[in-house]
Design a protein around this ligand. Sequence first.
Ligand code: HEM
Ligand SMILES: *[C@@H]1O[C@H](CO)[C@@H](O)[C@H](O)[C@H]1NC(C)=O
Length: 484
Amino acid sequence: MDIFFSSLYLIQFVILCISLLLIIFSIYKRKSPSPKLPPGRRGWPIVGETLEYVRACKSGEPEKFIIDRMSNYSTEVFQTSLFGENLLVFCGASGNKFMFSSANKHVTPWWPRSISAALNFPSDMAFLKDDIAKLRAMLPEFLKPEALQRYIPIMDSMAKEHLETSWSPYNEVMVFPLTKEYTIAVACRVFINIKDLEHITRFSNLFSLITKGILSAPIKLPGTAFSHAVREGKLLHEEFLGIIRDRKMELLEKKVPAKEDLLSRMLLVTDHENGRGMNEKLIASQIIGFFIGSYITTSSTITSILRYLAEFPNVYNKVLKEQMEIAKSKGPGELLSWEDIKKMKYSWNVACEAMRLAPPIQGAFREVTTEFTYAGSTIPKGWKAYWTVASTHKNPKYFPDPEKFDPSRFEGNGPAPYTFVPFGGGPHMCLGKEYSRLEILTFIHNVVTKYKWEKVNANEKIVFNPAPSPVNGLLVRIEPLIKN
Ligand code: HEM
Ligand SMILES: *[C@@H]1O[C@H](CO)[C@@H](O)[C@H](O)[C@H]1NC(C)=O
């Protein structure tokens, strides 16, 4: 009997195998001619062209990777493979417009695996889709200009304190590392209301390790930048979970005024249908994402601005004049206000020109959700799409004499639509644009009205890491403007 049944199973198994083979064979034979993909090449398996891209970044010319391929393959869209993904790079003002358009039903935001792994995004992301949407919906309320106004005096006094303790005692300072300390301190204050220096310094070290691994090939071998990022990301995640749990207790005991910082606000978002709060791990990864997205970008921008001000005395003089007028209009000890920020028009043009030439973020990703045709090519479902600042910021078609530092480009109507895009555009545009503007301008106000500076190394190289970074941190010789 037993033998009878087992041979029956065997026969069934053999039949199943044969039919599977037949099905596979027929699919293989009927495979339609492959769709016409955009031109380009994908390089090596897994790493793709990541090494070429990283090399371009390390030599200070990430735009070269894009511009070379635009001229070899297509000025509209080309294919490549970066960070372990097949990518279609959309180019030019029309490519940007297409990617930013709110009417664009074909793509959805997406982050490379290297980033989501470093940020420790919970693996059950699909399950958390509603929570993510709820948290995302709360952000504009927290980050809109009117809501951020109350942080202007805080940022101003933090900038003053920073310069007093980290600049004033010295004749020479290294701008980039110091600026990172400042921007992390501001983020700690605004996002999680942490003020003690020991905490801030530890975060600062962890964040810089994670940032280094973020745009690397996602190869999890001992010693790679990616493995470091993942490991440090886990440590940081644990630390943030601790902070979140403490805060939850404090909120329950009503020790802290509600709605003070980003963390409290996130914790107060509830799922009304199910009467529960947001997933703690999700909040931790979102706040870590905020730190990563905010500190390196703003510190790199401030550093670029100080570098350009040292290189162009006529621009420095105009910024100084604008900021001195504002300083003179203030009473002793009076901190900056929203009205003052609005007067910093020329200074903001300088910041924009710095971000055009040294963009803090090179672009952003989407995932293709439905197949469509673009510029005569098929864009297949499941592929990743990438828009980059490089395809327009240094394109002579949009910015004549593109390598020239010229803040007057931003006077009048300014650059053509979709060509100056350091913050992206459309519904997924950077939510931190106003925060960045306030942080950058308050810092520039303080530094310009207190010091003169010059570069110690006249020809220091800039590398993209992934944000533009002077290789030796931008050492400057400083002198107080008003001698006591
Ligand atoms: C100079 C500084 C900054 C630059 C150049 C910058 C640039 C960008 C870019 C290019 C994107 C991607 C847009 C896209 O997907 O198309 C982005 C997204 C984002 N940024 Fe920023 N950023 C800066 C600072 C900040 C700061 C300080 C914060 C937080 C306070 C922040 C929060 C965000 C958030 C939350 C997103 C995601 C928006 C979404 O997906 O809806 N950024 N940023
Ligand atoms: C572009 O074309 C030139 C000449 O055919 C070739 O040497 C170069 O490798 C190509 N570059 C890229 C990025 O495809």
